[in-house]
Design a protein around this ligand. Structure first.
Ligand SMILES: Nc1nc2c(c(=O)[nH]1)N[C@H]1C(S)=C(S)[C@@H](COP(=O)(O)OP(=O)(O)OC[C@H]3O[C@@H](n4cnc5c(=O)[nH]c(N)nc54)[C@H](O)[C@@H]3O)O[C@H]1N2
Ligand SMILES: Nc1nc2c(c(=O)[nH]1)N[C@H]1C(S)=C(S)[C@@H](COP(=O)(O)OP(=O)(O)OC[C@H]3O[C@@H](n4cnc5c(=O)[nH]c(N)nc54)[C@H](O)[C@@H]3O)O[C@H]1N2
Ligand code: SF4
Ligand SMILES: [Mo]
Length: 732
């Protein structure tokens, strides 16, 4: 039976509890002045507990951590260094997680009801019971009058824990027949491209990067986004590996590479096809591997004839000689690894770029060596290993005929007069669409609708929560159970609550249980506890799970999937494509009537558009301190970041009379963002770059990067072309 954390509260009032919690953390660090005091003696008699958990963020590292508590106080927090992959460090965003999130003074700790205009952030506290009754009554009326599809969930990976992510929410929305949400803003386009070639995205394991001797980080910035992989790459470099970064921005990773290849944004498909052109022309490919384990080489050869280095130099802005040198070095790199993650998927033809890049290791036979091949996602391994039945129950319960809205187009969905039925109730959890979704002004216009019931489950009054009719306080990772898989490594983690929920916070799962009850739903599946869901999910006979049980995880916190070693998934073919081979011409795509080979297809702008908005604007994760929009309200991290900075080339700045440090406005038909100009050779002429993640409510001009982005979808995978934006910049 799941322990009831409330039981341990011992009747401490919410205010006192928060006070004690905060004080205790500070007390931990300021212990000496307390020595000899009564408080200190009392503290000594309370046993110290160590509780295992893991980071919940949408981050490929999924670090294991330990929390020490004394009574209900958090007295210590840090990495669980026993985990050999995530080791001795959390990241700068998370080092002070207890103070900066769980005990942050702005944390929402009671349900809130809106008392002012939408978006102003004026709320009054309300009891859980009253708030749930009001929401259930309004929701029932909407469902009765407009149908279940008038209700829409909006959630993403604010927590990656399998339970709090969506195990119970998905059941609730299936039960009422709500509009389904296509959760494609991250990863789907990348997956679609790699999947077309390899029939899945699992390739090289991240820990095997130490064996690589030629490493290409292609459109990924691990110094910020994947720090443990970055440190393993440094080990490989010490053994002689060369590190190449392909990125239109001089990222923190590019700055530390042996070779930075700075192409124009969105031109990777052309670059990859040019590398193939050179590798074929110079006979640098592995004939035996290609003959045995691939299909479509003849078509590929014909196709890449149009991508000669000279032609592609003009497209990518990368010299033909550089393209040739890269092709030669890569083909002869031994073992050669290409690391792709997410970055370039956010271009309009991002999926094609992944498709083209994914062909390279089969062409050169790199898959035959440990540390050679493509390193992408690892989530398929957990897909095989675990028993997903209780996590995906909501999907099973869904009526497949229910309509789907793409999360990328939430602005359109909330404002489109032709959408029938219109969305009348929106439930946001684990996401902050007013910051992270494209076309921010349209999203806000939708959220401003008086006839939209908006319910937000959150830790903080985010830009999205400010528009809510009701905000419910969510627990943080220190206060709830969860099970964590990973999309970037091979360890599973059990997160155990270290302290009782602060104030009146409840886990997402509990919110949906209570709302289901308030709606009069009596299905048994709403009664399942978080621990029951976790135990059933771990109940798997798959060999990867050998010895990994709930009890084991409760004791240790983490476990590595028991994968066969050496891990060489495609050394002898065995691709999960329909042909079982690496498909240069994708049969899965041709079966859908799509071109089987990737091609470089630039977005066709009119001359007028190019003249009005001459600069390509990237809106990337260049902030070290934020994770998407999370932590953007933490003073320490915001101070470290300063405000939003626009990287601009000297030439483009001079043409506009802009000097380093000037205030500038970046604008297009979607909106205007204020920033400080930075002229540091980080971008090529014609390209500018803004960080994503800042909350509009906390920056000058009340708008952040997504005020400039478009909600158009990528070529495959229905992803978000967040980096395909044209803008103009002016001083002021
Ligand atoms: N500090 C920090 N860490 C994070 C996050 C964060 O917000 N902050 N977010 C987390 C999340 S949700 C994710 S998905 C991962 C993402 O991690 P990454 O895969 O590293 O993705 P991004 O940071 O989006 O982009 C990586 C790089 O791709 C480059 N890029 C943009 N367009 C192109 C292009 O057309 N071609 C090429 N070759 N490169 C391009 C960008 O300039 C950027 O430097 O990071 C996670 N970790
Ligand atoms: N312009 C531009 N836009 C982007 C990107 C980009 O590179 N450029 N990157 C995109 C990518 S890759 C991604 S993944 C998305 C990410 O977009 P989101 O998934 O919306 O990520 P966050 O902004 O971090 O918001 C997560 C929210 O979940 C909340 N949260 C955390 N834990 C819990 C919990 O247990 N319960 C509840 N109820 N809430 C919780 C946090 O407080 C936070 O406000 O953004 C995308 N948007
Ligand atoms: S955000 Fe990523 S690197 Fe930082 S602690 Fe969490 S999992 Fe680790
Ligand atoms: Mo992401």
């Amino acid at each position: 039976m799941e322990p009831d954390p409330q039981e341990h509260r011992g009747g401490i009032s919410r205010r006192k509890f928060i006070h004690l919690g905060l004080h205790s953390y500070a007390g931990f660090q300021l212990a000496p002045p307390l020595l000899g005091s009564l408080a200190f003696l009392e503290a000594c008699s309370t046993p110290v507990k160590t509780i295992h958990g893991a980071c919940y963020h949408d981050c490929p590292d999924t670090c294991s951590w330990t929390v020490t508590t004394q009574g209900e106080k958090v007295t210590g927090f840090g990495p669980n260094s026993a985990n050999p992959y995530t080791g001795n460090s959390l990241c700068s965003k998370m080092n002070f997680f207890p103070q900066e999130v769980t005990f942050h003074p702005d944390r929402i700790l009671t349900p809130l009801k809106r008392v002012g205009p939408k978006g102003k952030g004026t709320f009054a506290p309300i009891s859980w019971e009253q708030a749930l009754t009001e929401v259930a009554t309004k929701l029932s009326t909407i469902i009765q009058e407009k149908g279940g599809e008038a209700v829409m969930p909006y959630s993403f990976a604010g927590t990656e824990g399998l339970v709090q992510n969506n195990a119970m929410g998905s059941r609730f929305f299936a039960r009422i027949g709500a509009t389904r949400l296509a959760r494609t803003i991250c990863g789907d386009a990348a997956f679609a491209g790699v999947n077309a070639v390899n029939g899945g995205s699992t390739g090289v394991l991240p820990q095997d990067i130490i064996h690589s001797r030629y490493i290409i980080f292609w459109g990924t910035n691990p110094v910020l986004s994947n720090q443990h992989l970055w440190s393993l790459a440094q080990q490989a470099r010490k053994q002689g590996a060369k590190l190449v970064v392909i990125d239109p921005f001089l990222s923190q990773t590019a700055a530390q590479a042996d070779w930075h290849i700075q192409l124009y944004p969105g031109t990777d498909t052309a670059l990859a096809l040019a590398l193939i052109n050179v590798i074929l022309a110079e006979e640098l490919y592995d004939q035996a591997y290609v003959d045995k384990f691939t299909t479509g080489i003849a078509e590929l050869r014909t196709h890449v004839a149009a991508y000669a280095p000279d032609t592609v130099a003009a497209i990518t802005g990368v010299d033909a000689a550089v393209i040739q040198q890269l092709a030669r070095e890569y083909a002869q790199g031994n073992p050669a690894l290409i690391r792709v993650l997410i970055g370039m998927e956010h271009q309009a033809n991002g999926a094609s770029a992944f498709q083209a890049v994914a062909m390279l290791p089969a062409l050169t036979g790199a898959w035959q060596q440990l540390g050679g091949g493509l390193l992408h996602f690892t989530f398929d391994l957990f897909g095989e290993a675990l028993n997903w039945e209780r996590i995906t129950l909501g999907d099973t319960l869904q009526n497949p005929a229910t309509r789907t809205v793409n999360m990328v187009q939430i602005g359109r969905a909330l404002t489109d007069p032709a959408l029938s039925p219109a969305i009348h109730a929106l439930f946001v959890y684990n996401s902050n669409p007013a910051v992270i979704a494209p076309n921010q002004n349209l999203v806000r216009q939708g959220l401003e609708r008086e006839d939209l019931l908006t319910v937000v489950l959150e830790h903080f009054l985010t830009d999205t929560a400010r528009y809510a009719d009701y905000v419910f306080p969510a627990t943080s990772q220190l206060e709830h159970w969860d099970l964590l898989t990973s999309w970037g490594q091979t360890y599973i983690n059990l997160n155990q609550p270290a302290i009782p929920p602060l104030g009146e916070a409840k886990p997402n799962s509990e919110f949906f249980r209570l709302l289901a009850a308030a709606m009069g739903f009596t299905e048994e599946y709403f009664g399942e506890s978080d621990v029951e869901i976790i135990k059933k999910t771990l109940d798997s006979k798959h060999p990867y799970m050998a010895g990994i049980t709930f009890d084991y995880l409760q004791e240790k916190g983490w476990a590595e999937l028991q994968l066969p070693r050496p891990w060489l998934p495609f050394a002898e073919g065995n691709f999960a494509t329909p042909s079982g081979k690496c498909e240069f011409v994708s049969s899965q795509l041709t079966a859908q009537g799509l071109p089987g080979l990737p091609a470089y297809r630039p977005v066709a702008y009119s001359e007028e558009e190019i003249k009005t908005y001459p600069l390509h604007c990237l809106t990337i994760k260049s902030t070290c301190g934020f994770l998407n929009s999370s932590h953007a309200n933490v003073d320490r991290l915001r101070k470290e970041e300063g405000g939003p900075v626009l990287d601009i080339h000297q030439q483009d700045a001079a043409a506009r009379g802009i000097v380093d440090g000037d205030s500038v406005k970046v604008f297009n038909a979607n909106g205007v963002v204020s920033a400080t100009a930075r002229i540091r050779r980080k971008v090529k002429p014609g390209v500018v770059c803004l960080p994503q993640g800042f909350w509009s409510s906390l920056v000058a001009g009340n708008a952040s990067a997504n005020a400039l982005t478009n909600d158009c979808l990528t070529d495959m995978g229905e992803g978000a072309a967040l980096q395909e934006n044209r803008v103009q910049v002016a001083k002021g």
